[in-house]
Design a protein around this ligand. Structure first.
Ligand SMILES: O=C(O)CCC(=O)C(=O)O
Length: 436
């Protein structure tokens, strides 16, 4: 122990299960069976290097064999000898995956965090290992803190970032359109119409998608001042919104596979710029049944990953990540929530096992005057199967929501190589944000 470290002589209490011990198998008896959490050993060495006295506080230590089993596990995994207790010791800090920090009377924040932590039980209905995203509502006004969380985690999850009624106004329009074409039971519900079996493929894509993409308010929402300010702050400069915006119409898909949207990185279609951020905006609440966006923890640090050539046909966009991979994280999103993630963050969505259609948008933003944008994103999503802007924007108040700034270079996709070959030689432009 150094005498001069900043934690010299101070006790730091560290929880065992889910913190040092990865606990992916859950409770299997007093003897811990799982490996350490990635980086746990380095963290303990850092504490000790700073002069701290590290005490493991665990309910396993309520029996002598539990204490002994922790000590043996520590030795096996190369940790130093540490005190192990079940008593709440006097400490300068507690490191605990189930702790809720209390600060200056902010009980609302405590309430939100307790709900989210207890809500992780709901995630078990999504899959045994699915974890809950870390909420950043507490830092919504602090762009430096949000940026460091984005860099650290690859995402920021902002419950209640947008006024629910602003988003619900668009939900209403989407529902009306889907009711008109016979998919939904009424204009004010997400329930599937009796007898309808909506699926978003082939002919129905041509029938349904233009009706959605021609809604001015859908495109306008992506230009909400709050989102633009957030993106400019996170990206650190002038930004623009990609005209192509995706509306996910997640129809009931139980039994159709392990995902509604397979695991992928957005960079797999973006190519020309790494620091592109996606705003994911749910239009309907997401339950363990209807599911929603999932993020693969820490995946943004792994760079651009090789895709699975056997899936996706001519455009092999997807990654071979198992649906029960313990790194998946999600949440019970409400309307008004926003998730922002980096182009290298692996994400997807689970299958919709409800009798409702789950609706969300994903929209991309990048700095103006930096790297180019792929030319196809100046057109509507799905173009040329979706009609171009002249047809979609007829009757709009302005085309500002779908314009590309003149200064943004547009780069067409090379036509002389297959998509798969192109991806295999693609070099990721440097990421200023992630320092990669
Ligand atoms: O909403 C979904 O189904 C997945 C969203 C997604 O893949 C994206 O935002 O790129």
């Amino acid at each position: 122990m150094t005498e001069y470290g900043e934690l010299s002589g101070k006790v730091v209490a560290v929880d065992f299960d889910g913190v040092l011990h990865s606990y992916t198998s859950g409770w299997t008896g007093y003897v811990p069976v799982d490996p350490p959490e990635p980086g746990a050993l380095r963290f303990v060495h850092w504490l000790i290097g700073q002069g701290a006295e590290v005490v493991i506080v665990s309910s396993r230590a309520n029996r002598p064999e539990g204490t002994e089993a922790i000590r043996t596990w520590l030795r096996t995994h190369g940790f130093p000898e540490l005190e192990v207790t079940q008593t709440k010791v006097r400490a300068v800090a507690y490191v605990d995956d189930r702790a809720v920090p209390y600060a200056q009377g902010d009980w609302d924040d405590c309430q939100a965090r307790v709900s989210l932590l207890s809500g992780s039980n709901r995630n078990e209905r999504r899959g045994p290992h699915v974890k809950t995203l870390f909420p950043s509502a507490d830092a919504a006004e602090d762009i430096n803190e949000l940026t460091s969380r984005l860099v650290r985690d690859g995402y920021v999850y902002l419950p209640g970032f947008l006024p629910a009624d602003t988003v619900e106004a668009v939900t209403g329009q989407l529902r009306q359109a889907l009711h008109k074409i016979g998919w939904l039971a009424g204009p004010d519900t997400s329930k599937v119409a009796p007898g309808a079996e909506p699926k978003f493929t082939g002919d129905s894509f041509r029938q349904v998608y233009p009706v959605i993409q021609q809604l001015e308010e859908f495109h306008q929402l992506a230009h909400d001042d709050r989102i633009l300010r957030l993106m400019a702050g996170l990206l650190g400069g002038d930004i623009f919104c990609h005209p192509a915006k995706v509306c996910r119409i997640s129809t009931p898909s139980a039994g159709a596979g392990a995902y509604f949207t397979r695991a992928h990185q957005d960079f797999v279609v973006l190519h020309t710029c790494s620091d592109v951020l996606t705003a994911w905006i749910p239009f309907t609440p997401c339950t363990p049944e209807s599911q929603g966006l999932r993020i693969l923890a820490d995946s943004h640090r792994d760079g651009f990953l090789p895709t699975d050539a056997s899936v996706g046909g001519a455009r092999p966009l997807y990654l071979p990540v198992a649906a029960d991979d313990p790194r998946w994280m999600t949440a019970d999103y409400a309307v008004g929530d926003l998730v922002v993630f980096h182009s290298l963050t692996v994400h997807g969505a689970g299958p919709n096992a409800s009798d409702t259609v789950r609706l969300s948008a994903d929209v991309r933003y990048q700095r103006t005057g930096d790297e180019p944008m792929r030319a196809e994103f100046a057109h509507p999503h799905g173009w040329p199967r979706t009609p171009d802007w002249d047809e979609l924007c007829a009757g709009w108040s302005t085309r500002a929501w779908v314009d590309t700034p003149d200064t943004v270079p547009l780069e067409p996709m090379p036509t002389d190589v297959s998509y798969g070959e192109y991806l295999s030689t693609l070099v990721t432009p440097p990421s200023r944000l992630l320092g990669l």
